[in-house]
Design a binder for this molecule. Structure first.
Ligand code: APR
Length: 252
């Protein structure tokens, strides 16, 4: 009888339209802390005081100085890990088409995935709130707080703060790919933030197999996931990929 890992690998190996939904957990092994749980970002920073759009608009200098520079410094030195590389390899094998990520770290693109929906935006770019000018993370000057554009306006990251809408085009595309995939890999998300957490449900309802990778159980584990592969993203993706490649070799 197949183990969970073998079953998941077999279903992935047969797919050519798999989609991944990723969360902060896939970047933990790249040195970026998750948001929830022990050692999580929200343990040190109250999200309503640091990550809500109203808090940012009320006092951008405080949010920049105490929170955004800290997060940006961590992101600036992060590199993809085996979890990201595993997803890039699945794309290269013609299995994975798209990643819907809740992460703002750009590590899926750095690993080589070509179709990444940045559901919550990105910290790779910043936008002037006055004139709309955009600059890359590398060019932002954080010596002055808050960082300002040449026009005097304040820069904000191109992420979605709490209290802001997911841009409709991004939401719509995510729903489309979730509804049309045959396998959804759900990696490193606590699956408690909506509407991102709906994507595995949409996939499941549309007949897809859901493979979940996480060291901890989530609200999806018992109700939605067909395979729960318990463990860290790097190690689990590496083993899964090896088995997928074995299946492919056997069927050639
Ligand atoms: N490998 C895989 N998963 C891991 C690892 C690891 N090495 N370490 C931790 N995890 C799991 C945790 O068990 C948890 O389920 O990653 C998940 C991280 O959960 P969250 O911190 O809630 O991250 P995420 O689901 O991405 O949060 C969604 O919430 O605060 C907002 O905008 C923020 O995009 C974020 C959203």
């Amino acid at each position: 009888m197949d183990t969970l890992m073998q079953g998941a690998a077999r279903d992935l190996a047969r797919s050519n339209r798999a989609v991944a939904l990723t969360g902060a957990g896939i970047s933990v092994e790249s040195g970026i802390p998750p948001f929830r749980g022990k050692g999580g970002v929200w343990e040190k920073f109250d999200p309503m005081a640091y990550a809500h759009i109203d808090a940012f608009l009320q006092d951008p200098e405080r949010v920049w100085r105490e929170f955004l520079v800290v997060l940006k410094a961590t992101l600036d030195i992060a590199a993809p890990n085996a979890g990201h590389h595993g997803l890039a390899r699945l794309e290269a094998l013609g299995i994975l088409t798209t990643i819907i990520t809740q992460n703002i770290d750009g590590l899926h693109q750095a690993a080589g995935n070509s179709d990444v929906i940045e559901f919550h935006g990105t910290f790779a770019r910043y936008r002037c709130m006055a004139c709309g000018a955009r600059i890359s993370s590398r060019r932002i000057d954080t010596r002055r707080m808050p960082p300002r554009c040449d026009c005097g306006g304040i820069f904000r990251p191109e992420c979605v703060f709490f209290g802001e809408m997911i841009p409709p085009q991004r939401l719509w595309r995510s729903e489309q790919v979730a509804a049309s995939c045959d396998v959804m890999l759900v990696v490193g998300t606590s699956a408690v933030v909506q509407p991102a957490a709906l994507m595995p449900l949409i996939a499941k309802q549309s007949g897809a197999t859901v493979i979940e990778i996480n060291p901890e159980r989530t609200p999806l584990t018992d109700s939605v996931s067909d395979y729960f592969l318990q463990g860290g993203a790097g190690e689990t993706m590496t083993e899964l990929l090896q088995q997928v490649q074995r299946h492919i070799a056997e069927t050639i």
